[in-house]
Design a protein around this ligand. Structure first.
Ligand SMILES: CC(C)(COP(=O)(O)OP(=O)(O)OC[C@H]1O[C@@H](n2cnc3c(N)ncnc32)[C@H](O)[C@@H]1OP(=O)(O)O)[C@@H](O)C(=O)NCCC(=O)NCCSC(=O)C[C@H](O)C(=O)O
Length: 370
């Protein structure tokens, strides 16, 4: 009788066996395809607190009832970062489990927030674009529009458009990206303002005053945050798996040793939330509004430390007293008189000062005067 566990026999058996594959390759996606994702999860206080604590997000409104009520919530809600990460996590088995890297995301919005613990998520995605990568023949580039809904009411809680590099079954001929590389060589170098202004505090008025001050000079409102978070087993593997993110990039060292990163890497949403946590620790956040133009520039792996840098782009005080005492309002209205709207650019960087993530964020920031 053959002993299938004899190492030589088993090696032969593995060679002969077909692998029951998981996930999809580039060739499996066609523009217009709609994918209903089978997995779903219940957004729990535990999931929210694990995500938010490990990424250093300590806004009391998401931790304490009195602070939540003060902010107009019924109870500590699910944080938009965890909601976003969970919405994406559920899609991975169908969209990116094969090992493609998360390149970017835009138009991240939360039409149905606040969301409370106990909400069950149901997620669907539509393929909006498929493209050949001119530099990497083994990969294609796919973009999806994803919507995470309240499974009970159908209300959209989180939506965004995301782009990944997705492995091809068959590599294609490319131009190796040479033209783009040659153009980059002609770059004249950095063109930064002479001076950087740092806001004096974290209230809306501090950001507005810093922008006014910068406008008078050749200056930008830009500063770095002190905290860093070194990546460990929890951030690299545990947090993504807790959102049902089965991308092998985060938990299969064996497969990833033969990939562009050469190792497992941190889930993009962990890197992003960590940088945002550092930024939020230096501001009085009222509400998150949305995120655009997010990009992941290089890999973050265990042992790397994630830091953050912020540039303030714009402030808008939606509720201003006019000379006649009436109130003005605009498209970017804050949800409360107690806050104004600020647009930031956040850049996460590593211990070698290399940018790893960047994106713009619109958030409501509490006013000092109230
Ligand atoms: C992945 C990289 C190593 C690739 O580097 P490089 O070869 O230098 O190319 P580019 O970075 O310029 O990009 C490759 C091609 O993709 C296009 N691109 C890039 N960003 C976008 C975007 N936002 N939208 C559309 N297209 C985009 C470029 O134009 C290039 O096209 P082409 O020239 O035709 O080939 C490097 O990018 C890298 O290291 N990035 C970091 C990736 C990362 O760490 N992501 C987060 C971790 S992975 C993850 O979280 C997975 C997640 O769980 C999931 O399942 O999605």
């Amino acid at each position: 009788m053959t002993d299938w566990t004899d190492p030589d026999t088993f090696a032969q058996a593995l060679e002969q066996a077909e692998t029951r594959e998981k996930g999809n390759c580039f060739e499996d996606f066609e523009e217009g395809d709609v994918i209903e994702h089978g997995p779903g999860l219940t957004l729990t206080r535990w999931g929210n607190e694990s995500w938010m604590s490990q990424t250093l997000n300590h806004d009391p409104a998401y931790w304490r009832s009195d602070a939540a009520e003060d902010r107009g919530f019924d109870e500590p809600p699910i944080h938009p970062d965890y909601l976003t990460a969970a919405t994406l996590g559920i899609t991975v088995e169908d969209l990116s489990e094969k090992g493609g890297y998360f390149l970017g995301r835009t138009d991240v919005r939360f039409p149905g927030t606040p969301v409370y613990a106990g909400t069950e998520l149901h997620v669907e995605s539509e393929v909006v674009n498929t493209a050949t990568s001119s530099s990497r023949p083994e990969y294609g580039i796919v973009s999806w529009r994803t919507r995470g809904r309240d499974a009970e009411t159908g209300e959209v809680l989180c939506s965004y458009e995301r782009t990944n590099m997705i492995p091809r079954r068959e590599p294609v001929a490319t131009d190796g990206g040479g033209a783009a590389a040659a153009e980059e060589d002609g770059d004249d170098g950095p063109d930064l303002p002479e001076e950087f202004v740092t806001p004096e505090g974290g209230y809306f008025e501090d950001f507005a005053a810093a922008l006014d001050e910068a406008e008078e000079r050749d200056a930008a409102v830009a500063y770095r945050h002190e905290r860093g978070r070194t990546q460990d087993d929890v951030t690299v593997a545990s947090l993504p798996l807790a959102t049902l993110n089965t991308a092998k990039q985060h938990h299969n060292v064996d497969v990833m040793s033969d990939s562009p990163s050469g190792d497992i890497v941190t889930y993009g949403d962990v890197t992003r939330s960590t940088a945002l946590g550092h930024a939020r620790s230096d501001e009085r956040t009222w509400r998150e509004v949305g995120f655009d133009d997010e990009g992941f520039h290089t890999f973050v792996a265990a042992g790397d430390t994630v830091y953050a840098f912020t540039r303030v782009l714009e402030t808008e005080d939606s509720v201003e007293e006019t000379s006649t005492g009436s109130r003005t309002s605009s498209e970017n209205d804050a949800s409360s008189d107690e806050a104004g709207t600020v647009t930031f650019e956040h850049i996460a960087f590593n211990q070698n000062d290399e940018p790893v993530y960047s994106g713009t964020r619109t958030a409501e920031i509490r006013k000092r005067s109230n």
